[in-house]
Design a protein around this ligand. Structure first.
Ligand code: PMP
Length: 404
């Protein structure tokens, strides 16, 4: 049995009230909540060993450096990267993608092709459009079907020896679709293209093995994995990271600086200019420990139960339509009720203490496909319960009654 009662006790925020009602937090796709085990690590850092890392001889600096590098190793082990220096600490998924897009500016020629999917978050679209503007490369799009799945026959046809890079998300934030990334990676490699997988939505639910996937770049954010905001990671194969130029100039990323010439530090420091989010990085490591202690198989099985239960209950509401109906999906339900604006439903749910997201979810091309302004998105985590699903369903019924 999944120890849900014990797990909920780890999250202080889950016992607070909103508008006088117990909080029902179903906006985990936007950011996850933080367990006490991670909060304690943050408090410990600022209470006991807050110092800048890598350059201090004093004790505090050494302690902070050791803990920060220990966190890098935890991330390395979690994602099964071959080397710790293949893990670049960033401010999150968005920065990780921008880092790679910046680097590819020096590797692409006019007329080269790079490929995105129709299911992406804006942060996996816009940096590549900027790259195309800079280089004259052409952006191709893998389209999706009505279930919110990528059309793979089309993908195969779009690939050619002009394709240099393919970037898709592992799991869609707007619809919850789990993309067949193994196949996408394999096919891209057949034409010599590199692949970046945006794992922002996947990492709270699954444990990716970057070596088994043979992926070139994999990116994620700590704040969707029970860690703090403002920290994340980029995994890159050593050979690729050596090929890419530094992203930002500054302290930490250099070997030698003179006014005539600067030489750069080796991996991972070449990509880590300036003082990083030290506490955040250490807490990211603690969050990974926390999730692994529960176990990703347990998390996936429990969340699947919640998804099935919530889908069945919500479908009973007349006029409710769910977007993203792939059998391969994670615990995200995006829906609308005929004739009612999603924002209005979200506002009423909030008054009932229920936190959901409404809008385009930074995925406007998906909304354009379905010809809708946005959806209501309930995204479940392993600390949610069936009772909370019931509260959501009752809330949606109430909102429908008030607004229809
Ligand atoms: N990609 C996906 C699929 C996401 O869901 C998000 C966050 N909503 C991002 C990228 C961006 O992540 P961050 O804001 O943490 O950089």
């Amino acid at each position: 049995m999944f120890p849900i009662k014990e797990i909920r006790k780890d999250f202080p925020i889950l016992s607070r009230k909103v508008h006088g009602k117990p909080l029902v937090y179903l906006d985990n796709g936007a950011t996850s909540q933080t367990p006490i085990q991670v909060i304690d690590v943050i408090v410990d850092y600022y209470s006991n060993y807050n110092a800048n890392i890598h350059r201090g001889v004093h004790n505090l600096s050494q302690e902070a450096t050791d803990k920060y590098e220990e966190a890098r190793h935890k991330i390395q082990n979690h994602f099964n990267a071959k080397h710790a220096h293949e893990i670049i600490m960033t401010s999150g998924t968005t920065e990780s993608i921008n880092l790679v897009a910046h680097g590819f500016a020096s590797l692409l020629d006019k007329g080269d092709e790079i490929m995105v999917s129709a299911l992406e978050h804006h942060s996996n679209i816009v940096p590549w459009q900027m790259l195309c503007e800079k280089t004259g490369a052409v952006l191709k799009v893998i389209h999706m079907n009505d279930e919110g799945e990528l059309v793979l026959t089309e993908y195969s046809k779009l690939l050619s020896n002009k394709t240099k890079l393919v970037f898709v998300n592992h799991i869609s934030n707007a619809l919850g679709t789990i993309n067949p990334i193994e196949l996408i990676i394999e096919k891209a490699h057949q034409v010599g293209a590199a692949v970046l997988i945006d794992g922002a939505q996947a990492c709270p639910h699954v444990k990716p093995d970057v070596q088994a996937l043979n992926v070139d770049f994999y990116v994620a954010s700590a704040h969707k994995m029970c860690g703090p905001t403002g920290v994340g990671m980029l995994y890159g194969k050593e050979a690729w990271l050596n090929k890419l130029p530094p992203y930002q100039g500054g302290g930490e990323m250099i070997a030698d600086v003179t006014f005539e010439k600067t030489t750069y530090a080796g991996l991972p420091h070449k990509f880590e200019a300036g003082t990083p989010n030290i506490c955040g990085g250490i807490a990211f490591g603690a969050a990974i420990d926390y999730l692994n202690a529960i176990g990703f198989d347990n998390i996936a099985a429990y969340e699947h139960e919640l998804l099935e239960y919530a889908t069945e209950k919500l479908m009973e509401i007349e006029g409710l339509k769910i977007y993203g109906t792939s059998k391969n999906k994670t615990s995200v339900i995006s829906f609308n009720i005929e004739g009612i604006h999603p924002y209005d439903i979200g506002t009423i749910l909030d008054k009932l203490g229920i936190a959901v997201r409404t809008g385009h979810h930074c995925a406007q091309p998906i909304m354009a496909y379905f010809k809708i302004p946005g959806t209501v998105r309930a995204s479940f985590a392993f600390y949610n319960t069936k009772e909370e699903v019931d509260i959501l369903v009752a809330g949606v019924k109430k909102a429908k009654m008030m607004l229809a």
